[in-house]
Design a protein around this ligand. Structure first.
Ligand SMILES: [Fe+2]
Length: 392
């Protein structure tokens, strides 16, 4: 049972109409709305049963109920054959003292039940999306105040259902935007990669390595304060952009089969700044100041820095290098080692691990290397799963 439903149950004993309407306003899904109705309405009105009926493609779906004996929960009836359909189609309450004297009632459906009197109110009067039924086992004329309370509850339920629908459509739109953003990031990362003929699935693999490293570090209390869920997601999302700056490096250098000259190396190294600048430019168009762009720039600009200060482009050392760049460095180098290059064959996993461990405190953050040493088998698994045909 949801917390809301539990609170609604507590309301049974102590609540009021205002409490119930407050519970409805806080509901975040149709199930929670119905739970409030199920647990709160009967004691408030003093009835023997309550149903909540959803309008569902021309049918009345008796979705929820609370009654002294079973009614029609789970059943569906055509709108023009039941009283909830009548209330929704006529946009008004049906108030019935004796159901067997009323031609709108399908008597056969009521004979197995305890019901003798009822009130059925539409939910959202101007365009009903549901109805709420209140039932009594003794024949009695429903009082005006009972009808009024039922209609007020139905009105609150209508507002709650509108809120839920809005929240759901907002969430769907946000999911769509996030998916589009991720697709664009991967596409951009792959674009840089396709020019660099040897790297294959490099961007996908490095993204997975970075996630493994970040989550393992946090689990071990390593930089845990900097690695909340949101930050890890952003780092992982931004990782494919680390070499985006390679689009600015000429093919004759990017694809050169032999070793690079000093000048070519200098040009190759500009990819860090080109990448950062490209992301900064995108940031000016798509939401300046968001953490995603900050992290993506850090990764592009600092993934070739080294812990001992001997890296490029700035020669940053230690924790001057952003954590995202230090994580990326290990992922990037591991993948380069286990992938073939024109100047070397792919190294076996174990050899790559040994090289990274040897660079503890030199190339790489020592604490992250310790984490790496504990999750290196996960790296091997990722390599296996997302390997290029040529890299295994
Ligand atoms: Fe790079």
């Amino acid at each position: 049972m949801s917390g809301l439903a539990e609170r609604a149950q507590i309301y049974d004993e102590t609540g009021s109409l205002e409490d119930l309407m407050l519970q409805l306003s806080m509901a975040r899904g149709i199930d929670e709305i119905m739970a409030v109705v199920r647990t709160g309405v009967r004691p408030l009105i003093g009835a023997d049963g309550v149903t909540f009926v959803l309008r569902d493609h021309g049918m009345c779906h008796y979705a929820e109920e609370d009654a002294i004996a079973p009614l029609w929960k789970g059943q569906r009836f055509p709108m023009n054959t039941c009283i909830s359909g009548w209330a929704m189609l006529h946009r008004e309450a049906a108030i019935i003292e004796d159901i067997y004297a009323d031609p709108r009632i399908p008597h056969a459906a009521y004979r197995p039940t305890f019901v003798r009197s009822l009130v059925m109110v539409p939910v959202r009067k101007e365009d009903p999306v549901a109805a709420m039924g209140i039932y009594w086992a003794q024949r009695r004329r429903p009082q005006d105040h009972e009808v009024r309370i039922a209609q007020r509850i139905a009105n609150s339920a209508a507002v709650a259902m509108t809120n839920v629908a809005l929240l759901e459509s907002l969430a769907a739109a946000r999911d769509e935007a996030v998916k589009a953003q991720e697709a664009i990031i991967l596409a951009l990362g792959s674009l840089a990669e396709t020019r660099d003929v040897e790297t294959g699935n490099h961007v996908y693999r490095t993204q997975h390595y970075v996630r493994v490293m970040a989550e393992a570090a946090r689990a071990r209390g390593v930089y845990a304060g900097q690695l909340d869920d949101r930050t890890i997601e952003l780092i992982v999302k931004a990782a494919p952009l680390h070499d985006i700056g390679k689009v600015g490096v000429p093919d004759r250098i990017l694809r050169k089969a032999g070793p690079l000259t000093a000048r070519e190396t200098a040009i190759m190294r500009t990819h860090a700044a080109i990448g950062r600048d490209a992301i900064a430019k995108a940031e000016t168009h798509f939401g300046a100041g968001t953490r995603f762009f900050r992290i993506a720039q850090d990764i592009a600009y600092t993934h070739h820095e080294k812990w001992d200060g001997s890296g490029y482009p700035c020669g940053l050392a230690g924790e001057e290098i952003p954590l995202s760049g230090r994580l990326m460095a290990i992922a990037d180098v591991y993948d380069a080692l286990v992938s073939p290059r024109v100047y070397k064959a792919a190294f076996p996993h174990k050899r790559a691990v040994r090289i990274i461990l040897d660079e503890r405190g030199r190339h790489f953050d020592p604490l992250l290397v310790d984490v790496f040493s504990e999750v290196e088998e996960d790296f091997q698994w990722i390599l296996h799963e997302f390997g290029d045909d040529t890299s295994r």
